[in-house]
Design a protein around this ligand. Structure first.
Ligand SMILES: [Zn+2]
Length: 387
């Protein structure tokens, strides 16, 4: 839930805070890096938090103007970045080391609890900073738990996360569904229905490319470059909003209609990874399918599968519905009629089997996904086949 802040007021009071928070973030990152490099020691969140009072009292007194919990939240963000980094290393991935944050990357600060701010429905008062008028995008519900203030391009936003009472659960539905997420259609349902990919991204892609080119022609550090960068950021923001909006609408429909929704447990990272370059014996590069996969990658990213499934899970939990993820292995190869494996490559869009099953390839997969979900829950299919 959020609102816009008056740009002028926040321009005066916010810029200083986000700059100092970013400085703190970068300084804390330096400390962690150096401690490791020169002493082989790791520095924890609590080590750094314990230094805050001294920093405020003696070293940088301008930090006294910022609520203690906001500064702690900065250190927690860094701690999360490290934890994600180590987790991904343990999983055998190859993540980037936590990075120093530039002005355009670190642009928000958070009040993690009730301290340091007050909101009277119109003005947001920030202790030691000042107040700014808030234009709410929709009415607030429940009790405000955290307040985040964020600069996006040249506008300021405040996000309130609120604790609300448990919503009413939806009445039980007797319809379940298996969903195959794909490139041809965003989602194919086990009952044969499809959800198409939103088309806006391809269109918006053109705008993005144009603005990207315009940006790259501008001189570094110039005023015009800054302007071009803002235009590009706005185009990205528009796409992100459209995508989110689409995902919310599509997931709402699914959750309202089905009791159990089964997805494949897809590791999107594996699908969007770039193909390895191939060389022949003379060292010449051979086609590796990167160009054709470029289109595929794009579609996968367009669809934002991961985000879509997550939104479905959250909505389902609120509504008393269930989302299950199942092993995706061979879901498109196995015949949903008889269980035999019918090998096919990606270009074969139709499933034909000796047992008489004739189906769209993705619908066949979706039925298999639904069956796996039911087996996982220990429920067998008692109704007639889903088509
Ligand atoms: Zn069959």
């Amino acid at each position: 839930m959020g609102g816009s802040l008056s740009v002028d007021e926040m321009g005066q009071i916010g810029v200083g805070v986000d700059t100092r928070c970013r400085e703190l973030y970068n300084a804390a990152l330096t400390e962690r890096k150096d401690a490791y490099k020169y002493a082989g020691k790791s520095v924890s969140y609590y080590d750094q938090q314990n230094d805050l009072p001294e920093i405020k009292a003696e070293i940088r007194q301008e930090y006294q103007d910022i609520a203690a919990h906001v500064l702690q939240d900065v250190l927690r963000r860094l701690d999360r970045a490290f934890q994600n980094f180590f987790r991904r290393c343990r999983n055998g991935e190859n993540p980037g080391f936590p990075r120093f944050q530039g002005r355009n990357r670190y642009d928000s600060f958070t009040y993690p609890d009730g301290a340091g701010w007050k909101f009277d429905g119109q003005d947001l008062h920030l202790t030691k900073i000042g107040k700014a008028k808030v234009r709410l995008h929709r009415p607030l519900e429940g009790k405000i738990k955290t307040v985040s203030i964020k600069r996006e391009v040249d506008e300021w936003y405040v996000t309130f996360s609120c604790e609300v009472g448990a919503p009413e659960k939806l009445p039980i539905s007797y319809e379940d569904v298996g969903i195959d997420l794909g490139v041809t259609h965003l989602a194919t349902l086990s009952n044969g229905e499809m959800i198409e990919h939103p088309r806006y991204y391809r269109k918006a892609q053109k705008v993005l490319e144009k603005r990207q080119q315009a940006l790259s022609r501008k001189k570094r550090g110039s005023h015009r470059r800054n302007k071009a960068r803002k235009l590009l950021a706005k185009a990205h923001r528009k796409i992100a909003r459209q995508r989110k909006d689409f995902q919310h609408k599509a997931s709402k429909k699914l959750v309202e209609r089905y009791q159990v929704i089964v997805f494949e447990d897809i590791r999107i990272g594996n699908l969007t990874r770039k193909p390895k370059p191939r060389q022949n014996e003379n060292g010449k590069y051979l086609p590796n399918g990167a160009a054709s996969k470029g289109g595929l990658n794009k579609s996968i990213l367009d669809a934002g599968w991961g985000a879509f499934v997550s939104i479905c899970m959250v909505k389902a939990a609120w509504a008393g519905r269930t989302v299950i993820k199942v092993d995706p292995k061979f879901t498109s190869q196995v015949c949903s009629g008889c269980g035999q494996v019918r090998k096919k490559d990606l270009s074969e869009r139709w499933h034909t089997c000796d047992c008489g099953t004739e189906l769209d390839r993705d619908v066949n997969a979706a039925i298999n996904i639904l069956e796996r979900g039911r087996r996982q829950r220990g429920v067998t299919c008692v109704e007639a086949p889903c088509l």
